[in-house]
Design a protein around this ligand. Structure first.
Ligand code: SR1
Ligand code: MG
Length: 406
């Protein structure tokens, strides 16, 4: 039997069972436990423990000292504390939208949380071309509650500065600074570019100094504008869905940054689902319905976000200047501008950079994948360059149509 001393080590499935039995007060003493490591993310180990006798299950998520995707990334295991604390906070800000967390162990760097096996990872579900009609309503509530309520508009300014301190997350921020803002925009050796896209990436992205200048401005905004407490990695692999419920997981990249970062990540990842449907479904009515569902979802997220944001501002703002005529519209406009920019950055970085998305890499036919990637890059560039002009949900969808025609 493993003895859990004061020393950290990464667990095997068997050790995770022993950990649960000896360290957690969750399963009954006569539980019949089995364990599978089910993590398919880039960073952590995720153990699913099931007690077949009492039909009970639990997730233990453990941070390793290096990223799974590449041991080039040495990461502080403190990201598990950040994840635990932010889940606790998000559960208060947006009740019902995150998994319940039961415990955090600062020695083993692991968190025990609710098992969401009755949900599906949204990326997987969208690649099966499923639809979630309540998603736009759910995610817009989550975004407004977590972003506006952690801004200086609502929080006391001293309390907000404490929040900034508590969620200072230098290593995970550095990953985003490199992988999202820097490497995709030059011919970086760490990029992984599909052969059918390389020429386009070279001409349209790497050889465009105007685009590079805009990415530099955005990178410095990301590093210095501590506007709201972000999830920090809100792609469709960080979202669990089922028909009537949405849960947001994996907030280990959390820190205080520009609010549009989270919104833009959601929009870009719906665009990946869109190109996946366009190039993997047979031409016909079913494909048309799926594409329209995705367009409407993008449009609704932006429009519901705006509506709920302005309403929450009216109800919750505590800052004196927030009542001045025109300020909330000015502030929201800036969040939408950042949303457009991050939509563009995420579209480019998942196509060119190290961390790709399955929606696109699973498109088997060579020319279809190249066509899908070019739409993402062309749209990505427009989102970045024209970011000031995105004001409505319709604006976010129109650009897709424009790029498809090119
Ligand atoms: C080294 S981590 C690569 C990517 O995976 C995470 O989910 C983030 O998106 C990060 O950029
Ligand atoms: Mg993740």
């Amino acid at each position: 039997m493993t003895v859990f001393t004061s020393a950290y080590f990464t667990m095997t499935e068997q050790e995770a069972i022993e950990y649960a039995k000896t360290r957690l007060n969750y399963f009954a003493p006569d539980a019949e436990l089995d364990c599978r490591e089910i993590g398919d993310g880039n960073l952590n180990y995720v153990f699913k423990l099931t007690d077949h006798k009492h039909n009970k299950s639990l997730i233990i998520k453990q941070a390793g000292p290096v990223a799974r995707i590449s041991d080039e990334f040495k990461l502080s295991t403190d990201r598990n504390r950040i994840e635990y604390e932010i889940l606790d906070l998000q559960n208060k800000l947006a009740p019902g939208f995150v998994p319940k967390v039961f415990s955090y162990d600062p020695i083993m760097n692991c968190t025990a949380m609710e098992d969401l096996s009755d949900y599906t990872i949204m990326r997987t579900a969208l690649m099966r071309h499923e639809k979630f009609p309540l998603f736009a309503d759910h995610i817009s509530t989550f975004l407004v509650n977590t972003l506006l309520l952690t801004s200086d508009v609502v929080m006391g300014h001293k309390e907000k500065k404490e929040l900034v301190q508590k969620f200072t997350n230098p290593e995970l921020c550095e990953i985003s600074e490199d992988l999202v803002f820097t490497e995709p925009f030059y011919d970086c050796p760490r990029n992984e570019v599909f052969e059918g896209t390389r020429e386009f990436a070279k001409r349209e992205i790497w050889e465009d100094p105007k685009l590079q200048l805009e990415t530099a401005k955005l990178k410095f905004e990301f590093m210095t504008h501590a506007q709201s407490l972000l999830h920090g990695d809100l792609h469709t692999g960080s979202i669990f869905v089922k028909e009537d419920s949405t849960k947001i997981i994996d907030p280990e990249f959390a820190f205080c940054g520009p609010a549009g970062y989270d919104v833009g990540n959601v929009i870009a990842n719906l665009i990946f689902a869109y190109v996946n449907a366009k190039y993997t479904m047979a031409d016909g009515e079913e494909r048309q319905v799926q594409l329209e569902y995705l367009e409407n979802t993008i449009e609704d997220i932006i429009d519901l976000f705006k509506k709920k944001f302005l309403r929450a501002w009216e109800e919750k703002a505590t800052e004196q200047t927030a009542r001045y005529d025109g300020f909330k519209e000015y502030y929201l406009d800036a969040v939408l501008r950042d949303t457009a920019a991050v939509t563009g950055l995420e579209l480019c970085r998942r196509i060119i950079g190290l961390a790709s998305v399955k929606d696109v890499t699973s498109i088997e036919e060579y020319s279809s994948r190249a066509a899908a990637e070019k739409i993402c890059l062309a749209a990505g560039k427009m989102f970045i360059m024209d970011r000031e002009s995105f004001k409505t949900g319709e604006d976010f969808v129109r650009i897709l149509k424009d790029c498809e025609k090119r």
